[in-house]
Write a protein that binds this ligand. Structure first.
Ligand code: HEM
Length: 365
C-alpha cells in the first residue's frame, strides 16, 4: 500500500487510510487541518449516546487546542520522566511478585501473569482505585478497544458508573491520588465537570492498559524471532531501552489513529475535503523503507529510530515515560530471573480483537 496506494479511500468504512511515514507525521502535526475533536463531534451525533455520554466523549485525546493544552497541563506533572522514575521501586516489587507466583512452575503466560497485571496495578494505584477490581477493568478495556460498537458503549457506561462512585467518595474524602488531584484542579477558575472527570479516568485506565500490555507481549514475540537478542541484553543491559524502541517500531501496539479533516486539503496526490475522516497508520509508517532502511528487519541497533508508535506533536503519548519504564523493568527482571525463555510453540497465538491495538491474547513461555 505504501508503494502503490499510499493514500487509499476505503469505500466500506468511508474514510481515507494513510500509509507513508511523512504523510502520517504531517497529519498528526497539523491539528488545524486534521482535528481530533471533530472525530468525536461526529460520534456525539450518534443517537445511541445520551447527552451526558456525548459530553463525556470530550476527553484529552479528543480535544484540539486551546482546550487540549489546558487539559493536558492538569496531568502532565504526574507523567514527567522525573515523577515516573519515582515509581521504580514499586514497579520492581510488582514484577518480582508476579514472577514469584510462577517461577517454580517453569512456565508462564507473559500476558496474564505479567504484562496485563503490571500496568493495570500501576495506573490503578496512581488513580487511587482498588487494584482488586482489575479483572473487571480488563473486561471493560477489552470491550472499549474491540470493533463491536455496542460492547464498547456498554463498557464505557459501566465504567462511568464505577468511576462516579469513586469520584463521589473522593469529593467527600480526598486522598493523595490522581483522581483527587483532578477533582481539585481548575482551568481559568473552573473545576472540571463530572463528565470531564469521568472521561479522564476512563482514558487513563484504558490507555495505560491495553497498550503497555501489548508492548511487553510484543517484545517477546520479537525475541521469539531472534532469541540471541535476549542473550545480548543479558550481557549488556544498556541494550534493553534500544530493544524496547525497536519493538515499538516493529510491532507497534497502537496501529492506527483517527482524525477528521477540518478544511479542504491534499495528501499525496489525493484531494480530501473538509468533513472527511483520515486514518494515519502508525504501524505502516513505522515500516516505511524511506524512513527505516530494511524496515522489515527487527534490529535493536537501529539508529536513529524515529518511530511514531507514541504518536507525535501535541497528542504525543503522555504515558510514554511510564510505558517505557514498566517495560524496561519487566524485561530486566525477566531476563535476570528466567535463564531460558522460549515460546511454547504448540499453542497457537491468538491476536487481540481490535482494529487499532496490536498484540496477542496469551503468550505462554
Ligand atoms: C496518547 C500510544 C501507553 C496515556 C497516545 C497516542 C498514542 C499512544 C499513539 C497518540 C494519540 C493521538 O495522537 O490521537 C501508546 C502506546 C503505549 C501507551 C504505544 C504503550 C506502549 C500509555 C500509558 C498511558 C497513556 C501507560 C497512561 C497511563 C495516554 C494519554 C494520551 C495518549 C492520556 C492522550 C494524550 C493527548 O491527547 O495529549 N498514546 N500509549 N498511554 N496516551 Fe498513550
Amino acid at each position: 500500500m505504501r508503494e502503490e496506494h499510499p493514500v487509499n479511500y476505503n469505500e466500506e468504512e468511508k474514510l481515507w487510510v494513510v500509509f507513508r511515514y511523512d504523510d502520517v507525521l504531517r497529519i498528526v502535526n497539523d491539528y488545524n487541518t486534521f482535528s481530533s475533536e471533530r472525530v468525536f463531534a461526529r460520534r456525539r451525533q450518534d443517537e445511541q449516546l445520551t447527552e451526558e455520554e456525548r459530553e463525556a466523549a470530550r476527553s484529552l485525546l479528543s480535544t484540539d487546542p486551546p482546550r487540549h493544552k489546558q487539559l493536558r497541563n492538569l496531568i502532565s506533572q504526574a507523567f514527567t520522566p522525573r515523577s515516573i522514575a519515582q515509581l521504580t521501586p514499586r514497579i520492581t516489587e510488582i514484577v518480582n511478585e508476579r514472577l514469584d507466583l510462577v517461577i517454580d512452575q517453569g512456565r508462564m503466560d507473559v500476558v496474564s501473569d505479567l504484562s496485563y497485571p503490571l500496568p493495570v496495578i500501576v495506573i490503578s494505584e496512581m488513580l487511587g482505585i482498588p487494584t482488586s477490581d482489575r479483572d473487571q477493568f480488563k473486561r471493560w478495556s477489552d470491550a472499549i478497544v474491540s470493533p463491536h460498537e455496542e460492547e464498547a458503549i456498554q463498557a464505557s457506561r459501566e465504567m462511568r458508573s464505577y468511576f462516579k462512585g469513586i469520584i463521589d467518595q473522593r469529593r467527600k474524602q480526598p486522598k493523595n491520588d490522581l483522581i483527587s488531584d483532578l477533582i481539585a484542579s481548575q482551568i481559568d477558575g473552573q473545576h472540571l465537570t463530572e463528565p470531564e472527570l469521568l472521561s479522564f479516568c476512563i482514558l487513563l485506565l484504558v490507555a495505560g492498559n491495553e497498550t503497555t500490555t501489548n508492548l511487553i507481549g510484543n517484545a517477546f514475540l520479537c525475541f521469539d524471532e531472534q532469541p540471541e537478542v535476549m542473550d545480548q541484553m543479558r550481557a549488556d543491559q544498556s541494550l534493553i531501552p534500544l530493544a524496547i524502541e525497536e519493538v515499538l517500531r516493529y510491532r507497534s501496539p497502537v496501529q492506527l489513529l483517527v482524525r477528521a479533516v477540518a478544511k479542504d486539503t491534499q495528501i499525496g496526490d489525493q484531494a480530501i475535503q473538509a468533513g472527511e475522516v483520515v486514518v494515519p497508520c502508525l504501524g505502516s509508517a513505522n515500516r516505511d523503507e524511506a524512513q527505516f532502511p530494511h524496515s522489515d528487519v527487527f534490529d535493536i541497533s537501529r539508529t536513529p529510530n524515529r518511530h511514531v508508535a507514541f504518536g507525535h506533536g501535541i497528542h504525543f503519548c503522555i504515558g510514554a515515560p511510564l510505558a517505557r519504564i514498566e517495560t524496561k523493568i519487566a524485561l530486566t527482571i525477566m531476563l535476570e530471573r528466567l535463564t531460558n525463555i522460549r515460546r511454547v510453540r504448540e499453542i497457537e497465538l491468538e491476536p487481540i480483537k481490535s482494529t487499532f491495538v496490536y498484540g496477542v491474547k496469551h503468550l505462554p513461555v
